[in-house]
Design a binder for this molecule. Sequence first.
Ligand SMILES: [Zn+2]
Length: 342
Amino acid sequence: MPVGTQGTVKAVPQDTLESLGAEIILGNTYHLYLRPGHEAIRRMGGLHKFISWPHALLTDSGGFQVFSLNELRKVTDDGVRFRSHLDGSSHFFTPEHSIDVQIALGADICMAFDECTEYPADRHRTEESLRLTIAWARRSLDHFRANTHAVPWFNPKVCRTQCCFGIVQGGMYTDLRRQCAERLVEMDFDGYAIGGLSVGEPRELTLEMIAETLPFLPKDKPRYVMGVGYPDEIEQYARMGVDMMDCVLPTRAARHGLLFTSEGRLNIKNKQYAEDQNPPDPACDCIVCRRYSRAYLRHLMQSSEALSGTLNSIHNLAFYLGIMRRVRTSLEAESSTLRTTN
Ligand SMILES: [Zn+2]
């Protein structure tokens, strides 16, 4: 899922996302709540309509940003008080409030409010944090079930509803991860995310936590790993049984001139590309690689031209979406072979 933090996948227009085959994008509750405000978006018919994206949308709970962008936050059992990074104003987020905001935004998938445990965290701290996440998951789901009819596009005649995913936390402790997964599955969410990863831990640990958590999440519901990862990681996780992932990496790296290609990472700022007439990735058939050279992309970057971020982002998104398409095709082929041989 390309990440559209403020209701836009940075530098990439919606019609381009469609042409790249993006089926779902992510919006950040925290940012949209602060600006333009969830009530304004509700009045305009919800996020789909506001940003003109008639496809699937997912909103996070706002928890991750509350914890990562706010040094002055105060956490209690009830919720989190924090200051806006925009104007310093004070806000209080509870699980119920996060769900209300997400219902107003009207994404297809909303996320339970959780505490993303920092890394490193000792066992005592992780258990304390997990206690909050589990209690908040219960409150999020109860509030969601009682209020989902308030979604801006609700129509009792149409069988389309918002759904709500729970988030497995538990730091880097496999038994806490398992405990959290089991508790959330008892609550019966529509899907399950594994959160609190890619927060600075070594990659083997990320992999271990995913591998140890997946078996406790139902296979017949979406399983989503939040905030990962590099191209080889997303392929590996998808093959392990992860259905959904989101990451700012393809677009953020693109804006800094880092391109992911079939030949590895390419830093377009390097002088060696100054007169390189080759496409960014000779094996890629995206609209950027079909039309532009490395030399031109480097020139745009060197000149700080706005088109630079756009073209680099389009290629990186095409590369990421291409990986997922190939994984899906090969998994489908494997499962149809299995069906034939059985
Ligand atoms: Zn390309």
